[in-house]
Design a protein around this ligand. Sequence first.
Ligand SMILES: [Zn+2]
Length: 133
Amino acid sequence: MIMAMPESVDTLKAQMHAKIKALGKAGLFMSGTFVRKRRRCGNPACACAKGGEPHVAYTVTSKVAGKTKAIYVPVDLTEAVEQWTNEYKRIKKLMKEIDMLAERVIRLHVPRARAVKRRNASLASTTETSSDA
Ligand SMILES: [Zn+2]
C-alpha cells in the first residue's frame, strides 16, 4: 500500500493527467489478438502431410459483429503486428484506468458537495463566506 491518505480529487485528477500523458506516447496500434498457430496446409504432397513439421501461420483475430475475423499476417510483418496489438492492449488498459479514476472523482464529489452544502447551511446565519476550492 502506497497511499494511506484518503484520496483527493486533485490526486485523482493528477493521476488521470499522468495516464493521458502516457497515452500521448502511443505508437502504432491495432485491435485484435495476435495468434501464432501451427497447422498442416492440406496439400497431400507437402512435407507437412508426410510427418514433417506443420506450418506456422500468424493471424490477428478479432470479433466483428459477433463473428471472429482472422487476418493472415505475412511473416516479415509479424514482429510489427504483434507490437501493434500489444500497444493496443496498453492503450486499452490506460483508458480503463482513466475511466476508473474518473469514476472515483465523481463518487468523491457527491459527498463533498453535500458537505459543503451542509456547512454553508450552518454558516447561513453568519455574514462571512469562505471558499476553499
Ligand atoms: Zn504443408
